[in-house]
Unconditional design. Sequence first.
Length: 110
Amino acid sequence: MNKDNGKEIVPGDEKGGVFKELTLRIRLIFRLLADGRVNPFIKLLPIGAMVYTIFPDILFGPVDDAILMWLGGYLFIELCPPEVVQEHMDAMTQVIEGEWREIDDEQPES
């Protein structure tokens, strides 16, 4: 797996469940596909996996579509430059800190 200073940089560390992780991974794949720093040949992995899902009769034999989709996405993220993956992960998981206060909806009578 891509690592940056011993820390894993692919989705899965944060809490939030399987659907949040899946959504984050799909967003990451789309962001990496749009990034010009990623090798165009590597971009063929998730595109090929998606084409196979749409047209499953391309390959002979029983290949589970979900496994192929996962493998295509996983290999794509792993083969992308780690610093590019980290940059997109930071942008998607950035926490904006601030202060909040309650506003009373009732206006004082004059």
